[in-house]
Design a protein around this ligand. Structure first.
Ligand SMILES: Nc1ncnc2c1ncn2[C@@H]1O[C@H](COP(=O)(O)OP(=O)(O)OP(=O)(O)O)[C@@H](O)[C@H]1O
Length: 251
């Protein structure tokens, strides 16, 4: 579904200083993959997501998303989830989830039915008429995930979606995301600073390093499904985390 080869992006400041945000990003993503992008702050993870969402152009490299038979239109085919849920506080849960469908002008009755189904899928049945302030941080992120899926996008981009949650809620949301991913069959690219989260969630993992910012490795994570939290203490899991620590110069 996605092919990147040698993708590079440099930002130029108003003073003319050049900052290489990402270089040599090369990866192939198949429909239904969940790709973790892991790396330290400033190594270009968000830049890569913005390139995939067509919010930024790359300077060099090949970017192919979709196929001739199944073309990809970024405005229609991308769903995004950010570190903050960015819910509209004056809208109830159902109306927040409906937002992308309204912006895209999708048929209303169908979109409402889909929104209700997604609210149920993210575990919030019964909360359709609540306002965001009535929900916990984890519940708000569930609403954001439902909102990212309502227009049935081909690609879901998640930028540190659980970064603001407490550790236990985050682990719970990891399992929830795996379930939602399996149920929805979506292709997901997921940015995280957490090596453990990258390994637990990813079917594939891209490791980005800084100084200079580049994609240092891209590999399959061949751990069985369903993934469970106790896998984190197994030897195969440890091998993947060691591999990433080494790439980041931390082992
Ligand atoms: N719009 C911009 N203009 C200039 N420089 C930018 C811009 N956006 C990002 N950068 C720079 O590009 C580099 C990569 O930024 P990016 O946000 O992609 O990193 P990141 O890996 O997502 O970081 P973090 O994990 O902290 O969110 C950083 O050095 C950043 O300062």
């Amino acid at each position: 579904m996605i092919r990147l080869e040698g993708v590079k992006k440099t930002y130029v400041s108003r003073e003319g200083a050049r900052q290489v945000a990402i270089s040599d990003a090369t990866m192939t993503v198949n429909t239904g993959d969940l790709v973790s992008l892991v790396g330290p702050s400033g190594c270009g993870k968000t830049t890569l997501l913005k390139i995939l969402a067509d919010l930024h152009d790359a300077d060099e490299g090949v970017i192919e998303i979709g196929t001739d038979d199944d073309p990809f239109t970024p405005g229609r085919d991308v769903g995004m989830v950010f570190q903050q849920s960015l819910l509209l506080k004056w809208r109830r849960v159902l109306d927040n989830v409906m937002l992308p469908a309204e912006i895209l002008g999708l048929p209303r009755a169908e979109a409402r039915a889909r929104a209700r189904h997604l609210i149920e899928m993210v575990g919030l049945a019964g909360y359709e008429d609540k306002y965001p302030y009535e929900l916990s941080g984890g519940m708000q992120q569930r609403v954001a995930i439902a909102r990212a899926l309502v227009h049935d996008p081909k690609l879901v981009l998640m930028d540190e979606p659980f970064g603001a949650l407490d550790a236990l809620t985050r682990e719970k949301m990891n399992l929830e995301l795996l379930r939602i991913w399996e149920e929805s069959g979506k292709t997901i690219v997921f940015v995280t600073h957490s090596i453990q989260e990258a390994v637990l969630l990813g079917s594939h993992c891209a490791v980005l390093t800084s100084g200079p910012a580049r994609m240092a490795d891209y590999f399959d994570i061949d751990l069985p499904y369903p993934r469970t939290l106790d896998m984190k203490v197994t030897e195969p899991f440890g091998e993947y985390t060691r591999r990433i620590y080494k790439l980041l110069g931390m082992a």
